[in-house]
Design a protein around this ligand. Structure first.
Ligand SMILES: Cc1ncc(COP(=O)(O)O)c(C=O)c1O
Length: 430
């Protein structure tokens, strides 16, 4: 009996692709349009990794993210159709700002489809950047829903579709960040470049250029743990739809990576890493508090991976792309909360209190330690019951204080249940 070799996994059909020349052509097209953003050495992160960490500040790009590069590169090559039929795109927020800016600059009307998760700050900036020429349409829960609507619009009207990542012209435009870094870092070639990943446009473009021009540079893509669609695609050998998607990192919450971006990432020797959302929040706060830098969640992914999923050897030179700075100020309370939970400084409990005078005072005296603080207390006194449940949030002075707090709770006559971050109940607290 002959044994057949296993079937190879399905491959996407060959299509137009990207090379280093296309990235350099995009860079020429963008000259005088996009800002050559600063590349700055960061002392805090350099110390953290015992090496050199440089930040490529795309938060200081014209629309406060690198997304202008890909959008402009594509639209500038489709001016004839854009003038007659207009432009459409789907976006998680930043791509739309790039498209809106490019359309106003070039004088084309645009329809922009956004998922409902797009923060208000981004919606308002898109409308402000595009002015009269841009119509914003909010649809669906995730980027993929908005993408379907934009595709249908373009099929009906013949408008130029500007994909946020899955088009060689978008990818080539995003890739222009790479030659800028090499030109700006005059004394050395970096050991690695770390970038955030949503659909993979930035990673695919930069990896393509670096692999051809500077093959010794390690290219690392970072995804949020709750939206690791490129990691899933590389494991499966082809793009797959994530069954669950955490939308917290709105710029990088993409369920399925692109069929243009995936083979470029697979074939250009990139390495993927994931970062826990809580750690990302701590890094956003560190960027804000220590470095005076406003990064949105996707914008902080690369630096959040340092000394976590990405560990440079001592003395190595690492460049991290801060990809965007469009953070809605109203999100900071959630960011602080997630960071405290991640650092082990905030804990929640359901406590059964005896319904008698003095019960709360005893809890404070017997259970709380000297540096522990009540951050939340929700209790409703019930008639005809001996005990009443209270939801209690406790902030600790030090993460190590948790075990003594738990010991004192166990020794007290109160019944208390800890609500751990994995508990479905926890979702109601965030
Ligand atoms: C600030 C920011 N960083 C990173 C990404 C991920 O983009 P890509 O699809 O190019 O991987 C996005 C996408 O919207 C973004 O807005």
């Amino acid at each position: 009996m002959t044994v057949r070799p296993p079937e190879p996994p399905p491959q996407p059909p060959p299509g137009p692709t990207v090379d280093a020349d296309a990235v350099e052509e995009a860079a020429r097209r963008l000259r005088g349009v996009a800002v050559c953003t600063p590349l700055e050495r960061n002392e805090r992160l350099s110390r953290l990794v015992d090496g050199e960490v440089w930040l490529k500040r795309e938060d200081r790009q014209l629309v406060r993210s690198y997304k202008l590069r890909g959008a402009y590169n594509l639209i500038a090559q489709e001016q004839e159709t854009a003038g007659r039929r207009g432009v459409v795109c789907a976006s998680a927020g930043n791509h739309a700002q790039g498209v809106a800016w490019a359309c106003r600059e070039l004088g084309f009307p645009a329809r922009i489809y956004l998922p409902r998760t797009t923060p208000r700050q981004k919606r308002e900036r898109i409308a402000g950047l595009g002015g009269e020429l841009v119509t914003v349409i909010v649809t669906g829960d995730a980027y993929d829903d908005a993408q379907r609507a934009a595709l249908a619009d373009s099929a009906d009207t013949g408008a130029v579709l500007v994909p946020a990542f899955d088009d060689p012209r978008t990818v080539a435009g995003q890739g222009t960040v790479a030659p800028e870094i090499i030109e700006q870092l005059t004394d050395t070639i970096p050991d690695r470049v770390v970038v955030p990943v949503g659909g993979g446009g930035l990673l695919a473009g930069m990896a393509t250029w670096l692999r051809e021009r500077h093959p010794g540079v390690e290219m690392v893509g970072v995804e949020p743990a709750g939206a690791a669609s490129m990691t899933a695609a590389l494991t499966a050998g082809h793009p797959v739809a994530l069954p669950e998607l955490d939308g917290f990192v709105d710029g990088a919450a993409v369920r399925t990576v692109g069929s243009v971006t995936f083979p470029l990432v697979r074939d250009n020797a990139t390495r993927m890493a994931t970062v826990n959302e809580g750690r990302l929040c701590s890094e956003m706060l560190a960027l804000y508090q220590h470095d005076g830098l406003v990064a949105e969640p996707a914008g902080a992914l690369a630096t959040a991976a340092l000394n976590d999923a990405v560990r440079p050897a001592p003395g190595q030179v690492t460049v991290c792309v801060i990809s965007g700075g469009n953070n809605d100020v109203s999100r900071y309370s959630e960011i602080i909360e997630r960071s405290l939970v991640y650092e082990g400084l905030k804990h929640y409990f359901l406590v059964e209190f005896p319904q008698e005078p003095g019960a709360l005072r005893r809890f404070l005296e017997e259970v709380l330690g000297p540096d522990d603080d009540i951050a939340l207390f929700e209790y409703v006194k019930r008639n005809n019951r001996e005990t009443g449940p209270a939801l209690v949030g406790i902030e600790l002075g030090r993460a190590e204080d948790l075990s003594s707090l738990l010991d004192r709770m166990a020794a007290s006559p109160l019944t208390a249940r800890r609500i751990e971050p994995e508990d479905p109940l926890f979702r109601f607290l965030m």
